[in-house]
Design a protein. Structure first.
Length: 117
């Protein structure tokens, strides 16, 4: 009887651990963000010199700053400023008008991380 209870307890622990492991993997693979992530690049370009464009740029700066602060890697944002970030996103958006500014921000993050290594 003791062996059966032990086997059941071990099985429950393993399943529980597997569930936590799967959840951890899923959390590392997919992340969400709030704000202007789904705004298309053509809207970014059209609003370049407006209050809305400033809001989009502030969102991108916040997204990148948060990503940089959350990582335990080299500080890849240290030599950047708002103007250079906005210029990079603008160039990306001109070339990819149907993409989102969230995708553009992720691409910029990857480029800056690679450069910092």
């Amino acid at each position: 009887m003791r062996g059966v209870i032990g086997a059941i307890a071990l099985s429950a622990m393993l399943h529980s651990g597997m569930a936590h492991f799967s959840m951890a993997l899923a959390q590392e693979v997919r992340r969400s963000a709030v704000g202007y992530m789904d705004v298309t690049c053509d809207r970014w370009t059209a609003s370049a010199n407006s209050t809305q464009g400033t809001a989009y740029a502030a969102w991108v700066a916040g997204f990148l700053s948060g990503a940089n602060l959350a990582e335990r890697a080299e500080d890849w944002l240290i030599d950047e400023d708002g103007t250079s970030i906005r210029r990079w996103i603008s160039e990306y958006c001109k070339a990819h008008p149907v993409e989102t500014i969230g995708a553009a921000a992720v691409m910029l993050r990857q480029a800056l991380r690679q450069r910092a290594q």
